[in-house]
Design a protein around this ligand. Sequence first.
Ligand code: CA
Length: 366
Amino acid sequence: MKRRDILAAAGVGLAATALAGCNEKTETAGAGKAAAEQQTFTWKMVTSWPKNFPGVGVGAERFAKLVNEMSAGRLTIKVYAAGELVPALEVFDAVSRGTAEMGHGAPYYWKGKVPAAQFFCALPFGPNAQEMNAWLHRGGGIELWEEVYKPFGVLPMACGATGVQTAGWFNKEINSVDDFKGLKMRTPGLGGEVLTKMGGTVVNMPAGEIFTALQTGAIDATEWIGPYNDLALGLHKASKYYYTPGWQEPNVTFELDVNLKAWETLPDDLKAIVRAAARDVNGDMLDDYNAKNMEALEQLREQGVEVRRLPDEVLARLKEVAAEVVEASAKADPVAAKVWEQQSAYLKRLYEYAELNEKDIYNIRG
Ligand code: CA
């Protein structure tokens, strides 16, 4: 054999060997992928909501059903109502420590542990659902949210939005800013801090405890979500006046929490399914609220509920105090400060656009 032929033969041999190795690797990876695709997962999802509660609770159930259907049963999620596995306000902790792989709740419920969480949830006189979603999904919000929750071993996703809430149910008339003095009210998050600064006494309690607290006079007032959910809790049977607008929460975004270690065990297609289902519920819940709030308000009015608007001077003072509270709350925590710096700049641009175009058409349309 000539030297050139020997080299050529050796070359082919080497190439063939390399190719065989490559095929083997592909087959191994393929087998691993196939095994991951065969693997089934049964996860627990703890929630802050009463069983099958309209809006939020139904949204959590819808998420689990969608994931089950889209994954053809490979990822089954069992939904637990508040208190079944952990109390309503301990969902984040439960997911963080791995008691459950998933959770569904409102970010501001854990502001004591993660002060920055409430900036992803609701801001008094802040963004509506569209604006919050634009910031989260196109304006860098989700990336910040993931960064904030990472030290707790939790991956957050937006999973539901209420749209504009109502100011709530009051057993005392609100005619001036002084009427908040000594008022005992249930409202969480930054809105609650505003009321505290107005002289009120604020408590947070989960949905399941609100009706009794209002009926027994343990609290003078409460807000919950809006007509759809408030009717379901029967708040009109324990209260005189229903006030609008929902200055404290022009939107609340709910979160899906995923334990990060559990998340890493999922193959890529199941991860994509979870993300798609969360996005679906995020939008679908808002549709549900928009449709049902209108119907529920009609029913409440038929039952004699008196709907009132907060006086202009009250709203103006609430707005001033809200701006101070949001700034102070951001300043009090370095992580919240970082979130608010980015978020407020982005929201300012969104509000300028809304002022120019959206607000105008609403005003004209009536
Ligand atoms: Ca609320």
